[in-house]
Design a protein around this ligand. Structure first.
Ligand code: ADP
Ligand code: G6P
Length: 469
């Protein structure tokens, strides 16, 4: 039997990508919000990460990569459709994001969600050492804490929700709502991005299950379950280092040159997701061009829209709408060799993203709802030279911390236009002042601090020795 770990992360995705080198399968660490967040903690503790390796069918054998034990969990093609695309991304994702798209409820999706959550819980029960700490991540695995506690009451279980937790009225739509809530209550500590989300959760426990709570602590079957806010962040120092790299800086200059050296480069970087407000941002840009407040080629927009969840209908519809809007803007305001919007439906390396951030005068982050939004934080961390403006939706978790951004209500098109214009027209000294305050915040509130705070609250002492190899 494989050695057991005293620190285990359970997440839907593994922090690795499959690459084929000389016809042979190899694994590389993959970039991304959640991965970036947990990698330092795991590497430090030589823990195990349990997750899905992507693709359908048999899972690869467990292996080790950069000091982390990787334990893949299989998903069949049907589970992929029902648990991942269905229950996780067509039911829970839209419901938890203020139902900005209508959640779809299907019994067979729920059943697959239970089965897959049980599989993840079993894998954690198998690899966790006696008294180990298990940290379960995100909305795809909300049943895991209770399932795991049932099998392994000796474990210390944490759960962190990366996306918003909805108010009671919305949560109550969910057909198996009590089961989800009980699933989460299997943890000792349930973490959220925002204080309000933690409050929604404790109130819901009373409303739905009649549980008593004091402050943020809920009484469940003679146990205490703590809820709290732990806003996630980025590896700030790493981002700053990348932005200071001469190669990245040269690439940023090159990008601006390739765009025709415009006065103002406006940038958006998001997964192609309907929560991100990509359409409304494009519309704001179009209206400002139509009003004559902005003009091509002095101002151009670059929108990176990373392919995401492409088989889910909501995402297919969004892609059509976004691409239609891009076509419309370029048709009306572009010139030969000079599009108004450069639309990139592609993934990029982290250095290329850093170069894009450096090249952008204005970063537009306008989600209708977002748990945190790491892109906003990455942009700020990249702007050590002090320039650049962040236009940020009030409905992104990041807005609670990045108060010096040009905040806007994404539901109000005039408000978005106004914030964008203010950002474009702001004095360099004002932009520098705003950036400096936000950068200071991110230097002390980085991802390592996030993980440390959560784990301390969970009762894992800061200087606990690394688990035995
Ligand atoms: P979400 O987790 O909803 O996608 P976040 O903004 O919190 O939104 O995190 C997105 C992460 O993915 C960021 O770290 C960002 O740098 C990365 N990312 C976004 N688009 C791309 C892309 N096209 N290529 C590579 N990484 C990307
Ligand atoms: C968000 C979620 C993560 C998810 C990521 C990418 O950040 O909170 O749990 O992994 O989006 O989405 P995907 O469906 O590709 O895993």
């Amino acid at each position: 039997m494989a050695e057991r770990s005293s620190f285990v992360v359970v997440a839907n995705r593994l922090p690795v990508d499959e690459v084929i080198v000389d016809g042979e399968r190899q694994w590389r660490p993959s970039p991304g919000g959640l991965v970036t967040a947990l990698h330092p903690v795991l590497a430090e503790q030589r823990g195990t990460w349990i997750g899905w390796a992507g693709g359908a069918g048999e899972a690869p054998e467990p292996f080790e990569l950069e000091g982390i034990r990787i334990h893949p969990v299989p998903l069949s093609a049907e589970e992929l459709e029902r648990y991942y695309e269905g229950q996780s991304n067509a039911t829970i994702w839209p419901l938890y994001h203020d139902a900005v798209e209508t959640p779809v409820y299907k019994r067979r999706w729920r059943e697959a969600y239970r089965i897959v959550n049980q599989r993840f819980a079993q894998a954690a029960a198998d690899v966790a050492a006696e008294g180990a700490t298990v940290w379960v991540q995100d909305y795809q695995l909300q049943l895991v804490p209770a399932m795991l506690r049932e099998m392994r009451p000796d474990l210390r279980i944490g759960f962190f929700l990366h996306i918003p937790f909805p108010p009671i009225e919305l949560f109550m739509q969910m057909p198996f709502r009590a089961e989800i809530l009980r699933g989460l209550l299997g943890a000792d500590l349930v973490g959220f991005q925002q204080r309000l989300a933690a409050q929604n959760f404790v109130r819901l426990a009373r409303h739905l299950l009649g549980l008593r709570y004091e402050g943020q602590s809920i009484q469940v079957d003679g146990r205490k379950v703590k809820a709290g806010a732990f806003p996630i962040s980025i590896d700030t120092a790493d981002m700053e280092r990348m932005a200071a790299d001469p190669g990245v800086q040269a690439r940023a200059k090159q990008i601006r040159a390739e765009l025709g050296d415009p006065e103002t480069v406006i940038l958006g970087v998001d997964r192609l997701d309907y929560t991100k407000g990509i359409e409304l941002r494009l519309k704001a840009f179009r209206e400002l061009l139509a009003d004559g407040k902005l003009a091509v080629p002095e101002a151009v927009m670059v929108q990176v829209a990373t392919p995401s969840r492409e088989r889910v209908e909501h995402y297919q519809t969004l892609r059509v709408k976004v691409e239609r809007e891009v076509g419309r803007i370029n048709g009306e305001f572009g010139r030969v060799g000079m599009p108004a919007v450069h639309y990139l439906h592609q993934s990029y390396s982290r250095t290329e993203l850093a170069a894009l951030y450096l090249a952008a005068d204005v970063m537009m982050v306008t989600p209708l709802r977002d748990g945190m939004n790491l892109v906003a934080k990455e942009y700020v961390a990249c702007r050590a030279s002090g320039g650049g403006a962040l236009v940020l939706s009030e409905f992104a978790g990041a807005a609670t911390e990045l108060k010096q951004a040009f905040l806007c209500n994404p539901h109000d098109p005039d408000g978005v236009k106004d914030a964008l214009l203010r950002a474009v027209g702001a004095e360099p000294s004002e932009l520098k002042r705003r950036m400096r305050v936000m950068q200071r915040h991110l230097r002390t509130h980085d991802v390592a601090e996030w993980a440390r705070t959560f784990l301390n609250e969970l009762g894992v002492t800061e200087r606990e020795p690394a688990p035995e190899a």
